[in-house]
Structures are given as C-alpha cells and as structure tokens.
Design a protein around this ligand. Sequence first.
Ligand code: SAM
Ligand code: SF4
Length: 477
Amino acid sequence: MSIIYTPQKYKLADKPMENFIDPEEINEILAAHQQPSIQKVNEVIAKSMQKQRLSLQDTAILLNANEPEMVDAIKSAAKQLKEQVYGRRIVLFAPLYVGNLCINDCTYCGFRSTNKKQERITLGKQDIIDQVVALEDTGHKRLILVYGEHPRYDAQFIADTVKIVYGVKHKNGEIRRVNINAAPLDIEGYKIVKEAGIGTYQIFQETYHKPTYEKVHLKGTKKHFEWRLAGLDRAQEAGIDDVGIGALFGLYDWRYEVLGLLRHVNHFEAVYNVGPHTISFPRIQSASGFEVDKRYEVSDADFTKLVAVLRLAVPYTGLILTAREPGHIRDEILQYGVSQIDGGTNIEMKGYTSHKEQQDLDHEQFEICDDRSLNEVMEELVEDGYIPSFCTACYRLNRTGEHFMEFSVPGFIKRFCQPNAILTLAEYLEDYAPPATKEKGYKLIEDSLKDYDDERFKTKLVERLGRIQAGERDLYF
Ligand code: SAM
Ligand code: SF4
C-alpha cells in the first residue's frame, strides 16, 4: 500500500497571523470523545491507514484510547505507516548552541535571565569554527543552531553565524544544511536569515494553553503568546516555507498539546497550502534554576503513545526526537513515528571541544539523557536495520515547502530519500566509521539494494556508490 498526500483543507477560513487556537474548541473535542469503544478506535486507525488525514475529533479518540489493546493497535499501526512513508531511513543531525544570553524568564529553562548561576557565553567566529570542525570530524552534515533570545542575537547575527558554519570545510567534512532554533523574528528579520541559506526555522510554542503560557513565561518578549504563535506565519510571509513547530511536553495536559500541534498544522495548510516540515515534542528535563509544576509530567507510557498518535494524524510530517530522551525511549519510538534524531549531542556551550566527562547544568540549558557518540548511535541504528541518513538533497534542489509536498507521493521516498540515505551512509563509512561499523554498514547497504527491482536505477545507484568509494563526495538524486 502506498501513501498519497491528502492535505486537510481546514474548514475555517484561517487567516495569516491570526490566533487560531481556541481552548474551548480543543477542550470540547477532548471531552466529547472520552472512553472511546475499540470499534471507534479501529475506525480511526483504518482511516489513517487509508491515507486520510485525521481530524481533531479523530485524533481525540486516539488520545483518549487507554485500554492496552487499543494502545497496542495504535502503536502497531503507527509502525506500519512509518515504514510506508519513510522507509527505514532516519535522518541525523546535531545541535550547536551559539549563545545563551537571554532576556526572557521561562521557568523551565536553564538560560532564563533570572538564573544567575548560568555562565553566559556567546561563541565568537573562531569558537564556531572550532565547534563545527569537531562536529564535521565525527561525520555530521546537518546542524541546528540554537540561540537564547537577546538583542545581540538579531537577524544579522544569526545570518552571520550561519554563513560561518557553511564556510567551515575540514578534510572531507562540510555542513550542508543549517537549521535554526531561535526566537521569533519580524518579517524583515526572516528575510535576512533566509538570505544566509537556512534550512528549517524552528519555533516551539511550548504550550498552546494561553493561561499556562502566561504562568511560565514571566519576563521579556516571549511573554506574548500571540507574537510567538504567529512567529512562523511571519516566516512564511518572508518566504521561509520550511518551518518546524513543537510543544514542550510537561507544562500542561499532553492531550491538549497534541491537538494544539494539530491545529497549528491545519492552520498552515489552510493559509499556505503547506504543513510544517517537522514537529518536535521535547519532554521537560531538569535544568539549573528550574521551577516546573510536576502535575503535568508526561509518563513514558503516555509519551510513547502520543508519538504514535502524531504519526497517525500527520503521516507526511517529519517527527524529531532529541537526546533529551534516554536511549530506551528513543529506541521504542523510533519504530513508530520518528524520522529525525540527533546523535553525539553535547548541549554545553563549546561542549564539542571541551571533552568533559560529566554534564554541568550551569553551562547548559537542560539535562540530556542520551550522551552516546555519533558512531555509537550510527552503529545501533545499522544493527537495528535503519539506514542513517545525512541527506540534504531536497533542500539543495529546492524541494521544500509546497514543492516538497508535491514530491511526497508514492515512490518518492524510495526513489530519492532511501538512495540518498545510502549514499550519505557510504560517505560516513568511508570517512569516519571504525572498521566494525564500516563492515556492518556495507552489509546493510548490500541488503538495501535488494529492495530495488528496477535494474536501471539500481545500476545508477551502484555506480554512484563506486564513485564515493573512489573518493567523490556529495552525490545525490
Ligand atoms: N531561545 C529560543 C526560544 O526559546 O525559542 C530558542 C532556543 S530554546 C534554547 C529551544 C527550546 O528548548 C525551547 O523552545 C524549549 O522548548 C526547549 N527547552 C527549554 N527548556 C527545556 C527543558 N528544561 N527541557 C527540555 N526542553 C527545554
Ligand atoms: Fe531564553 Fe529560550 Fe530558554 Fe526561554 S527557552 S529562557 S527564551 S533560551
């Protein structure tokens, strides 16, 4: 069965920049679908498997499905759908923290302005180069640059730092895609950042529940719920059609937040005819100076289920999981939803060159639970049959935003993403992998080639693999 992209034309005439979140609507939908029958749950799952986008009501049914047999059915459907849409490839990236100055006071974050214990650091040009060289030397090709919110980190600063990163070429290493996670900008600001050649611009709403939002954002620009909510509309207006949304799980009821995320997707589709490229769902981790109401802590069981529900609700949107989560949770949810993970992550300022044994919360935003090296993550993925990918082809061939949607049709992943994953994996194996990983990696590539019954295409792919082994780099379909 193949997946056909069916954008959901949201019934409301959403407008750019408007506040599309109606808490009453979300709460009513959640309340109207309490304790669904197994029959209802199966109907929604079947709809998702028939390539139809789920409505907020359908999704509420899955969110409220608590019986173990229902949860098993949701997870196994998500697993099947993920394999159909994304194949076995998992995209890898690393975060790079550029500066932790911050004017805001978000109660959950170690960078909050009132946290006097946090050492404030902004990377200079040479610091950035050093960090990027260290990342390239492990094999990374895709980074997300992360910034606190501060007048010093204006659009020009962000653009300049992006350009520095693209300029670092060390041995065979280069960064081919730089994504951004920073404060929302105005339209002019986004235009400046776009000029620097960014990939995705990510902004997490944190919580879609305005009263909670106001309770946890005590100071600074981030206090303004609507300014942030329209943040990615302004990006779209400035021509950045590749955007990532997210919610910070643990601030408010997780079911409400999932519907908030979905409503955000619907808004983009209604107004721009293109959904967000990615959804992130960080779970709150402990941080220096951290004060969070534990009432809304999300259990492992609820967290893994919510990822499966998201997969079923928005099959074509990338789901990003980060090293905030411990290895065993990552391994579980990789199976039924996630398409991108970070590897070899260090979120300490200048952390990729400091080689500290212990995490030091006064030098980083929050605690991470998965501190495996990139190669450890790669090797485990390969052993589990996933194809780790550093592919950046779509962005560089202008297959983003609405264009990308046109390509998200049956066969696209198999024709482009999977072969590009194989080619970037071969680059990694040639340049960075220790012998044991190299052997396992090539065995996986050999097995993956068996999936191709189109002999002409397979010949092309094998020819490119040979060129990589002979020393050529950056080949893609
Ligand atoms: N300063 C910008 C902002 O707030 O949008 C961008 C960078 S912020 C460092 C990136 C994200 O980290 C935030 O949007 C938030 O969701 C997440 N975050 C903050 N504190 C966290 C914590 N204690 N645990 C997990 N994630 C956290
Ligand atoms: Fe600053 Fe972002 Fe942390 Fe809030 S989440 S304190 S804005 S770095």
